[in-house]
Design a protein around this ligand. Structure first.
Ligand SMILES: [Zn+2]
Ligand SMILES: [Zn+2]
Length: 173
């Protein structure tokens, strides 16, 4: 998706929010910043000197479809409203208003699957079934990774954890 196209979607998100009387900031930079470092965040809203800059992950800009990009931009635009730096009640109320008015699905946390982009983060752990050999990739620690003995594969087999790709550990990005 071109920068122009993405900036157009930002302008549309701002206009649609205002159309349902959501008080988004007047001080939003019209150019979306493409972030090439972020792998886990799809968007970000940065406040500097009372002005806001919206960032979009390069992966989403490249792989995301228009709807996914638009929803992430709209999510970030809502953070420019007074009292909406977090995902508190006010932010959630505005998100619901946008979703209800336009059939969107703005959420607090988006997932790779929901946005239709590939999860390219390094696999740090493999959970392996000792019976059927099924291998489940995991990008971060979780109760399953920490305590595989508490779980079972769908086939009933016991699970083990193997180390995966060690790249992308904290501090490497
Ligand atoms: Zn957010
Ligand atoms: Zn199994």
């Amino acid at each position: 998706m071109t920068q122009e196209h993405i900036d157009g979607l930002l302008a549309k998100a701002v206009a649609l929010a205002r159309a349902v009387r959501i008080p988004v900031s007047q001080e939003i930079c019209p150019q979306v910043q493409i972030n090439r470092r972020a792998r886990t965040r799809f968007g970000c809203c940065i406040r500097r000197d009372g002005r806001y800059t919206i960032e979009l992950s390069a992966q989403l800009a490249e792989q995301g479809d228009e709807r996914a990009v638009f929803q992430v931009l709209a999510h970030e635009v809502l953070h420019t409203c007074q009292g909406c730096a977090n995902h508190g009640a006010r932010w959630r109320g505005y998100a619901q208003r946008m979703n209800g008015a336009y059939g969107l699905d703005i959420r607090r946390a988006d997932s790779f699957a929901a946005l239709g982009v590939e999860d390219s983060r390094p696999v740090r752990y493999w959970v392996v079934c000792s019976r059927c050999g099924r291998r489940i990739p995991r990008m971060k620690r979780s109760p399953l990774v920490d305590h595989p003995e508490r779980y079972r594969c769908a086939c009933g087999g016991a699970l083990l954890v193997e180390a995966g790709d060690q790249q992308g550990e904290n501090g490497k990005e």
